[in-house]
Write a protein that binds this ligand. Sequence first.
Ligand code: ATP
Ligand code: MG
Length: 574
Amino acid sequence: MGKPETGNKHDPSEPARSLNFIEEIVEDDLRTGKYDGRVHTRFPPEPNGYLHIGHAKSICLNFGLAAQYPGGKCNLRFDDTNPVKEEQEYIDSIIEDVRWLGFDWEDRLCYASDYFESMYQYAVQLLRAGKAYVCDLTAEQTREYRGTLTQPGRESPYRNRSVEENLDLFARMRAGDFKDGSRTLRAKIDMASPNLNLRDPVMYRILRATHPRTGDEWCLYPMYDWAHGLEDAIESITHSICTLEFENHRPLYDWFLEQLGVYRPRQIEFARLEMTHTVMSKRKLLELVREGHVRAWDDPRMPTLSGMRRRGYTPQAIRNFCSRIGVNKVNSTVDIALLEHCIREDLNRCAPRVMGVLRPLKVVINNYPEDQAEELEAVNNPEDPAMGTRRVPFSRVLYIEQDDFREDPPPKYFRLAPGREVRLRYAYYVKCTGVVRDPRTGEVVELHCTYDPATRGGDSPDGRKVKATLHWVSAAHSLPAEVRLYDPLFAKEDPGDVPEGADYKNNLKPDSIEIVTSCRVEPGLAGAAPGSRYQFERLGYFCVDSDSRPDALVFNRTSTLRDTWARIEKSQKT
Ligand code: ATP
Ligand code: MG
């Protein structure tokens, strides 16, 4: 893989933007030579779920920062310290997603589990220095002894064990002499510290669980705070970027590394991404999958990168989104309309236009010869002439959208109606001369029209104007397709806004997916490969789903064409 295009590199054609607070720290460190001019970051997911759009923010930040500076590096590191929740499936999906976003870790794919032995040896070093001890309190007792924000904790009765006893017990913990949960290794810091994280935090627990990489080699697993700083130190990370919840873990991060006398990266906290109409925690996303509220992790309604990919999002759109939201120190919630704006903006630029009819209404052009067909030239992308043109077949029997005809048109409805003339895109003017009804229901099932041969291509030589242009397909030439329409999973802006006793699932929208099965699309889409993205003229952006087969096309609607964000932005400016 070549150097990734991160969207963060400074493009000389764009005005220079001001540095964010993390870049300021990095540039300061470069000026003072703190890390010998190195910039080395990491993206450290725990492989206990699929990545979501919040992770994309962290990925773009970490990989983007490294790419900004000469020689900058970013590791992809699996923080695989909790085998109970971690799986190879998640590791594989994370690798796929980070690569898809366009980032490259070169030969720096790291696993915390590769450092288990070193971590163990570092723990022995702390034990020898009298800075850690084996504790026999149960989990519940440990919690109880810990105290609260307003009350200091109490010291464990095992706190003053001798170094020899501690070393012996710790070795036996590793050897499997003790039951799960019966003992822990704890740092000996300060049970009265106002920062609860410093009240003798647990470093190791006994846990018999098969690890995806180390199998049954260990029955002792390190806790996050102990492991994470060591991972960063072992990899010579310069700037260890994490989310704000870890701000008051930083003293512990620093304490461990200081006691060990090892290299010390700098932890920097930034605000995590939250988005309206979206839940953004792996625990909740897993719940949605397990309980069948969505089809899978890559359900196109999910905020996961795999779901967004399946829905039709481009890596570029996601990177643009991350660069627009920026990096900050205060938590806030981003409007999902901004994300949608970014995908429209990108697909408008790169998606070929096609015609597809979601809910077909048959139209017979009475004055068009029965056995005739012709091909009309259609523009593939008005935003990009280099994408050229294609030929679309036209014949006597067509389909238009049911919505584009009203027998009794209300004011301002300019589309087709009895006696009215409209333009068929790239084709002709047609005028509605009659309707055919279902004798039972009275519903209009077919229209009769005449066309004006002089308007071929869509303009009238006599300067006659029409007020609407409709998309259409030729009935005989078009292909059947299924189209899946999506709404947000949660109708409420804040899915967590629920009555007492209920949870976010209370806000799941029951009709967030609508499957339309009788669609017709232009024949050029025959065999379209899963992942291909199009604009269906007048309808929105659509992407071929992985369920699609050459003879049974399936599309996901990525987004509609209407851009609510542009309006929001405008209203904010005025
Ligand atoms: P979740 O809360 O969804 O389970 P996590 O923080 O437990 O997320 P990790 O696998 O530990 O998930 O996350 C890997 C990296 O991604 C971490 O550095 C974390 O700070 C970052 N990250 C996770 N969620 C977000 C978010 N919503 N916005 C920005 N960064 C995030
Ligand atoms: Mg985490």
